[in-house]
Design a binder for this molecule. Structure first.
Ligand SMILES: Nc1nc2c(ncn2[C@@H]2O[C@H](COP(=O)(O)OP(=O)(O)OP(=O)(O)O)[C@@H](O)[C@H]2O)c(=O)[nH]1
Ligand SMILES: [Mg+2]
Ligand SMILES: [Zn+2]
Length: 302
């Protein structure tokens, strides 16, 4: 008789499963170890058997409802599968320390869109910057769900907890922005390791080393992941890029040309919206940059 469990984490060949409120360690059945076999990921629902010696072996993976993938930056072609069966992605940035980088946030949003996952933009460390409200407004105006947090004084933590309740959520973003600290604030018993931001470079130091999922008392699961320095968009469908910029898509309906790239074309409604302050100039820059990346990568692929 097989038992069903959820994969919380992996360490070498050992998988930690959550089985009706208990932790169980299991390894893979031979055929699941093959290179061509589907990799077992954090968030996967699996069936396992226990032998007479008490060793647990994962026999099968249940069909996934979603799959979050990411690409390395630059030209390397590896696609990484990050986690399975997620309901949503929380893209976390810091208002300061490390310095806020809107293009990077836009990238994380595109990556979630490309895996067809709903994304919430979280801006943490609002205690360290006076302009946090301006940073988040850019996303509020796009229609994305947004949350402002301060893990150190608790602002926004209740709102964050509420949006995690009953769902499987993955935290992603640059290193050092406070993903693990936020999760500790949501559920203090988690005791996740958190790092110091280097005074010199202002950058974090990769305190979290591999994706790990945790059950929430309130219901649902959260996945903490290691921060990324950069993230590639090659091979991503231009449509996924479009999907991550709903405000630009909407305005472009009124451009004179159907195929307007919002460059130097006349009567470009997107440019008009930027000039009128209704669309962020930085967002348009991200959009154009990412579309170029996606299209150029698509061409070299054919
Ligand atoms: N001032 C301030 N510091 C914070 C806040 N949230 C986190 N920090 C600090 O930021 C540093 C990095 O936090 P982590 O939680 O380790 O960051 P992380 O995003 O998990 O980093 P990686 O695991 O490397 O991806 C720690 O020193 C935290 O104490 C906040 O809201 N305000
Ligand atoms: Mg961390
Ligand atoms: Zn246009």
């Amino acid at each position: 008789m097989s038992t069903e469990g959820v994969v919380l984490s992996r360490s070498g060949g050992l998988y930690r499963l959550w089985v009706e409120g208990k932790l169980v360690d299991a390894s893979l059945r031979g055929r699941l170890k093959h290179r061509s076999a589907t990799k077992v990921l954090v968030g996967d629902r699996v069936f396992f058997d226990e032998d007479e010696d008490g060793n647990n072996t994962i026999e099968a993976i249940v069909d996934r409802t979603s799959l979050l993938q990411r690409r390395s930056p630059g030209k390397s072609r590896g696609v990484r599968e990050v986690a399975a069966n997620l309901d949503q992605v929380m893209a976390v940035g810091a208002a300061a320390s490390p310095t806020w980088d809107q293009h990077m946030m836009d990238r994380f949003v595109v990556v979630a869109e490309a895996s067809r996952l709903p994304v919430t933009v979280v801006i943490n460390k609002i205690d360290l910057a006076a302009d946090s409200e301006d940073l988040i407004n850019v996303y509020r105006e796009t229609g994305y769900k947004t949350i402002m947090t301060c893990a150190s004084d608790g602002r926004g933590i209740e709102e964050l907890s509420l949006s995690l309740k009953g769902k499987i959520s993955l935290f992603t973003g640059p290193t050092g922005v406070g993903k693990s600290t936020l999760l500790n604030a949501v559920q203090p018993g988690l005791s996740l390791r958190t790092g110091e931001v280097s005074k010199k470079s202002g950058a974090g130091r990769h305190t979290t080393v591999s994706p790990e999922m945790f059950p929430l008392h309130a219901g649902g699961f959260v996945v903490d992941t290691p921060g990324l320095r950069d993230i590639g968009l090659w091979g991503i469908e231009p449509n996924s890029v479009n999907g991550a910029f709903p405000e630009i898509e909407q305005a472009s309906q009124s451009c004179r040309f159907d195929d307007c790239r919002h460059g130097k074309e006349p009567d470009c409604a997107v440019h008009e919206a930027v000039e009128a302050g209704r669309i962020s100039k930085m967002r348009l820059e991200s959009y154009q940059r990412f579309l170029n990346e996606a299209i150029i990568a698509g061409k070299t692929w054919e």
